[in-house]
Design a protein around this ligand. Structure first.
Ligand SMILES: Nc1ncnc2c1ncn2[C@@H]1O[C@H](COP(=O)(O)OP(=O)(O)OP(=O)(O)O)[C@@H](O)[C@H]1O
Ligand SMILES: [Mg+2]
Length: 584
C-alpha cells in the first residue's frame, strides 16, 4: 500500500462520500423533509401539553377538550409516516452506496498490480470489503439521522421555550456552548480509536484466514497453541480498543447530562421564585419543563453521533485508500494480432524494491518462434521472477523485453497477456466445475467436445471420466478435492485450450510417483509443441530437449547452451546436473 500517502482530511472525506449520495438526491431530500416534519411534531407535543393544562384543566374550555385527543392522534400519524419515509429512504440510499462502493472496490482489486498483493494480506482486504464499507454507510446514515432530525428537534423545542419564557431559556442556552465544546473535544479521540479498531479487525481477519487456508500446516506442525496465542493477542487488542471506545462513550454521556442538569436546576430554582410564578401559567411552566426533558434524548444522541461519525470517517479513509491505489500501468497502445512468439530480453535489470538489492542483473537472451528455452539454477536465483516479467506483473528497472520485436511496454496489457499461457509452480483452481476450470478465461462459449479434447491431450481425461459427475464435478476451493498431479493436468488442459503462442511454464518442484510423472511429462510435451516455451525446468527430460538452457545464479546468467554443450563444458550446469539428477 502507500504508507507515504497523507491522510485525507475529514471534510475531504465527507465531500467524497457525498458524491456517492448525489445520484439519490431526490430520495435524500424527501428523507430530510420528513426529518424536519418529525422534529416539528416534537415541538407540537410540547405545545399540546400547554393547551391540555391551561385550556383543558384550568379553563376547562370544551372545544379544547374535544380537539385534544384528535390532535394527539394526528400528531402521531404524521410522525409515523415521517419516521417511515426517513428510515426507509436513508436505508435505501445506504444500501445503494454500499453496493456501489463494493463494486468499485472489486473492480479496483482486479486492476491492481502484483506488487500491491505482495504487500497486503487477504484478511485485510476482505475486512475492507466486508466490514469497512458497511461501517461507512451505517455510520453515515445514523449520523445524518441524528444530525438533522435531532438538531431540528432541539432547535424547535428551544424556540418553543424562548416563546414561553425568554428569561428561563437564557439559562438553558448558556449550557449549550459548554456541551458543544465537550463534544468537540471528544470527537478527536473517537476518530483515533476507530482507526485502531479497524486495523485490529484486519489483523483478526488475516490471522483467521491464514489458519483457515493453512489448516493442514497448523495440524502437522502442531502449532495450534502458537496460532491461538497469536490470535489471542490481536483479539485482545481488538477488545481493548473497543473498550476504549465504550469508555469514552460511557463517560461522555453522563458528563454532558451533568452539564445539562445544572442548567435545569437553575431553571427550576428561578421559575419557582414568586416574581416568575406570576408571569408564567401552570401549562406554560409544565410545557417548558417537558420541553427541557424532551431535549435531553436528542442531545444525548447528538453526543453519541460523534463516535459513529468518526468510525465512519476512519472506515471511509480505509475504503478510499484502496480506491486510490494506482492500477497496473497500461499505457501501451499497440496490439499484435497473432504473435509468432519471438522473444527477446535485452539487458534487463530488476528489483522488487528500490531499497532491496537487485534480483536480476543484465539479463539478455533471444528465443526464436517455437523454440523451448529452459531455465535452471538454485532456488532463489530469480527464475520465477524472470519469466513473470514477460507478463508485465512487475515493471523492469531498465533494459527491454520484446515480443515479435515490439517492446512489451508498448502493447496493451490485455493484448500482451492474450499471447501468453501461464502454468505456475502452484496451480490455482477456482471453486467451480472441472469443465469451467479448464475453460477458464475464454470469452466465447466452449463446447464440451473441445474441453474433452484438451483434457485428453493433457492426459487428464482418464481421471476426469471417473469423477462422480465427470466434467461437472465441483473441484472445491482451490481444487482441494483433486490430487496434486490431477490439478497440474487440469492446469495443462487449461493452457492447451487457451492455445496461446507463448507458454510460460514454471514446473512444480514436487515430485510425483512415476506413473503420474509420466502422464504429466507427456501432457507437457503436447503443450510445448509448436509454441515458444519459457520453462523453469526441474525435469531432466524437459531440460535435455530444450533448444537452449540458461543457467541462473543470484540474478545473473552464468551459462548458456544446449544440454550436450554444457555437459561437455563441465562447469556450473554439469555440476548442477550431477547434484539434481544423477544421485537419484
Ligand atoms: N514478490 C516478491 N517480492 C519481493 N521479493 C521477492 C518476491 N518474489 C521473489 N522475491 C525474491 O526474489 C528472489 C528470486 O526469487 P524467485 O522466486 O525468482 O526465485 P526462483 O529462482 O524462482 O526460486 P525457486 O526455484 O525456489 O522457485 C528471491 O531472493 C526472493 O526472495
Ligand atoms: Mg520459482
Amino acid at each position: 500500500m502507500n504508507p507515504a500517502e497523507p491522510d485525507m482530511t475529514a471534510s475531504e472525506l465527507y465531500r467524497r462520500l457525498l458524491t456517492y449520495v448525489k445520484p439519490y438526491w431526490l430520495v435524500f431530500a424527501a428523507a430530510i423533509l420528513s426529518m424536519a416534519i418529525f422534529a416539528a411534531t416534537e415541538t407540537a407535543l410540547a405545545a399540546l401539553l400547554k393547551e391540555l393544562l391551561d385550556g383543558g384543566f384550568v379553563e376547562q374550555d370544551p372545544d379544547i377538550i374535544k380537539w385534544l385527543p384528535l390532535g394527539l392522534i394526528g400528531i402521531f400519524l404524521v410522525r409515523g409516516v415521517a419516521s417511515f419515509i426517513t428510515g426507509y429512504g436513508l436505508g435505501w440510499i445506504a444500501r445503494n452506496v454500499i453496493k456501489n462502493l463494493r463494486e468499485e472496490m472489486f473492480s479496483k482489486l482486479i486492476s491492481l498490480p502484483a506488487s500491491f498483493y505482495d504487500a497486503s494480506t487477504s484478511g485485510e482486504l476482505m475486512s475492507k470489503l466486508l466490514y469497512d464499507v458497511e461501517q461507512v454507510a451505517n455510520a453515515a446514515t445514523d449520523a445524518i439521522l441524528t444530525l438533522i432530525r435531532d438538531t431540528l428537534t432541539i432547535i424547535g423545542l428551544l424556540i418553543w421555550m424562548v416563546y414561553l419564557s425568554g428569561f428561563l431559556s437564557l439559562i438553558i442556552l448558556t449550557t449549550v456552548p459548554v456541551i458543544g465544546y465537550v463534544v468537540y473535544k471528544i470527537s478527536d479521540r473517537f476518530r483515533a480509536i476507530s482507526k485502531n479498531i479497524q486495523d485490529s479487525m484486519g489483523d483478526v481477519g488475516h490471522i483467521s484466514s491464514e489458519i483457515i487456508e493453512g489448516h493442514r500446516e497448523v495440524k502437522t506442525f502442531g502449532s495450534q497453541t502458537y496460532e491461538s496465542l497469536r490470535f489471542d493477542k490481536v483479539n485482545q487488542k481488538n477488545r481493548r480498543q473497543r473498550m476504549k471506545k465504550i469508555a469514552t462513550e460511557a463517560i461522555s454521556q453522563p458528563a454532558i447530562q451533568l452539564i445539562a442538569v445544572l442548567g435545569f436546576a437553575g431553571v427550576i430554582y428561578l421559575a419557582t421564585l414568586p416574581e416568575m410564578l406570576a408571569e408564567i401559567t401552570v401549562g406554560g411552566f409544565t410545557s417548558f419543563f417537558a420541553a427541557m426533558f424532551m431535549i435531553l434524548t436528542p442531545l444525548k444522541r447528538l453526543t453519541k453521533v460523534n463516535s459513529k461519525l468518526q468510525a465512519g470517517i476512519a472506515a471511509s479513509q480505509s475504503v478510499f485508500t484502496l480506491l486510490d491505489q494506482r492500477p497496473e500501468p497500461d499505457s501501451g497502445t499497440k496490439a499484435i494480432a497473432q504473435a509468432n512468439g519471438e522473444i527477446e530480453y535485452h539487458n534487463v535489470n530488476f528489483s522488487y524494491d528500490d531499497d532491496k538489492g537487485a534480483v536480476l542483473n543484465n539479463i539478455s537472451f533471444h528465443v526464436k518462434p517455437g523454440q523451448t528455452i529452459a531455465f535452471v539454477g538454485h532456488s532463489g536465483s530469480g527464475k520465477t521472477t524472470l519469466v513473470s516479467l514477460l507478463a508485465r506483473f512487475y515493471q523492469i528497472n531498465s533494459g527491454s523485453i520484446s515480443i515479435d520485436g515490439v517492446d512489451i511496454n508498448e502493447l496493451k496489457l490485455s493484448n500482451l497477456r492474450q499471447h501468453l499461457s501461464l502454468v505456475n509452480q502452484q496451480v490455482v483452481l477456482f471453486n467451480d466445475t472441472v469443465a469451467n476450470n479448464i475453460a477458464y478465461g475464454l470469452q466465447e462459449h466452449v463446447s464440451n467436445e473441445r474441453i474433452i479434447d484438451a483434457a485428453k491431450a493433457a492426459h487428464a481425461w482418464d481421471f476426469i471420466e471417473q469423477l462422480p459427475h465427470g466434467l461437472a464435478t465441483q473441484v472445491g476451493q482451490n481444487g482441494v478435492l483433486l490430487s496434486g498431479g490431477q490439478r497440474q493436468r487440469i492446469a495443462i488442459a487449461r493452457a492447451l485450450l487457451r492455445d496461446a503462442p507463448i507458454l510460460v511454464l514454471d514446473e512444480a518442484t514436487a515430485s510425483l510417483d512415476t506413473q503420474a510423472e509420466r502422464h504429466i511429462q507427456a501432457a507437457l510435451e503436447t503443450l510445448m509443441q509448436q509454441r515458444t516455451t519459457l520453462v523453469i525446468a526441474h525435469r531432466l527430460s524437459t531440460i535435455e530437449k530444450a533448444d537452449q538452457i540458461i543457467v541462473m545464479h543470484q540474478g545473473d546468467i552464468i551459462e548458456t547452451g544446449t544440454h550436450a554443450e554444457l555437459i561437455a563444458k563441465g562447469e556450473h550446469y554439469a555440476q548442477l546436473y550431477r547434484l539434481q539428477f544423477q544421485e537419484k
